[in-house]
Design a protein around this ligand. Structure first.
Ligand code: SAM
Length: 334
């Protein structure tokens, strides 16, 4: 006799992937924007999206059951708080996040078996180049990736409560991307000067973002390579979602460069997910496997962060929980 509960569990897990691809289809067809523009019935949505009406009816029936939309195809669909986040113009729109997970990362997950067998990035198996090389070469993918990172930023403001920046003269955001975390700090602390450090191709993107967020004059944007060195002499260094992309050896290399740049009283603020020892938190576990599929990186247990910090001449001083099961780890020179 088949265990029906177990069989149902297997089916639920299999169909989970279909839900994310259905959400991706809605975004790729701009359905949330079309509904906001008044194309609310199946017929009008199909015309606006250039899609078959039958396809739209079936897609929208599922997405309505998933509570992404409300209403019906005859009387008209209505947006929900979820679909509002998927509009192009939404504040911190998650549209590009859904797109990159439905496109590049979906293809990378297709290589899950060779990735697990070899312990190396699914993305590299699927695309023939690493995620970082791909993002450097494809400007539109780089922008989509950065927007996806920004959409996942909801825990950045929590850092202001967890760490006192009022005595920091200069803050360097190492591999800071478009500078969203640095902008959060600079907006809250008008006396702080910021340095955004990232790869040279990211500098113009960061400048555009920081000019709009805090204005020129509050920061410098410096291009470089974290494995060669980082700007020195700052009171605080930010390192958000960077260690997750690298193996222990590379983490120790880049942390050693930061340690050499830090004056004795300086602090390093690391934002990452920490895998609990009992494996109870689902999000860090999901993200850990996703990082193997993407850049070939990993989430770590607290002891894993302590090991790479110690090897770089740093010690973990305190840990603070942030939103979305993310943590702030504050490290000091030994
Ligand atoms: C996952 S993103 C995190 C960006 C940002 N800290 C955030 O949390 O939004 C990783 C960043 O590392 C940067 N990066 C990768 N390799 C680098 C290198 N060798 N030197 C400097 N930055 C690098 C990328 O350009 C990207 O902005």
């Amino acid at each position: 006799m088949v265990d029906r509960i177990a069989a149902r569990r297997v089916v639920d897990i299999i169909t989970g992937a279909w839900q994310s691809q259905a959400l991706y289809a809605a975004v790729a067809l701009d359905i949330p924007d079309h509904i906001a523009a008044g194309h609310t019935t199946d017929e009008k949505l199909a015309a606006a999206a250039g899609a078959s009406e039958d396809g739209i009816t079936r897609l929208m029936r599922l997405l309505t059951a998933m509570q992404v939309f409300d209403g019906t195809g005859e009387d008209g669909y209505r947006p929900t708080a979820v679909s509002e986040l998927l509009r192009e113009e939404a504040d911190q729109s998650m549209k590009d996040m859904v797109r990159i997970y439905g496109e590049e990362f979906h293809r990378a997950w297709g290589a899950v078996v060779p990735a697990i067998r070899s312990g190396t990035s699914g993305f590299t198996h699927a695309f023939g180049v690493s995620l970082h090389t791909y993002l450097r070469g494809e400007a539109s993918a780089g922008l989509k990736f950065q927007r996806a990172m920004n959409a996942g930023n909801v825990f950045f403001p929590d850092v202001l409560d967890a760490f006192d920046f009022s005595k920091a003269g200069t803050v360097v955001d190492v591999a800071g991307g478009s500078g969203a975390l640095l902008a959060t700090v600079l907006r809250a602390h008008p006396e702080v000067h910021g340095v955004l450090f990232d790869q040279p191709h990211m500098v113009p993107i960061a400048r555009r973002h920081l000019d709009a967020a805090v204005g020129p004059g509050r920061y410098e944007a410096v291009g470089g390579d974290v494995f060669q060195g980082v700007p020195g002499g700052a009171d605080a260094y930010l390192l958000a979602r960077v260690l997750q992309d690298w193996d222990d050896e590379r983490c120790v290399q880049l942390l050693s460069h930061i340690r050499r740049a830090m004056p004795d009283g300086s602090r390093l603020l690391i934002l990452e997910r920490v895998i609990p020892r009992d494996g109870s938190a689902m999000l860090p576990l999901l993200w850990d496997l996703h990082l193997l599929m993407a850049a070939g990186g990993r989430e770590r247990q607290l002891s894993g962060y302590q090991d790479v910090l110690r090897a770089a001449g740093l010690r973990l001083e305190s840990v603070h929980p942030l939103a979305l099961e993310t943590s702030l780890l504050v490290a000091a020179p030994v």
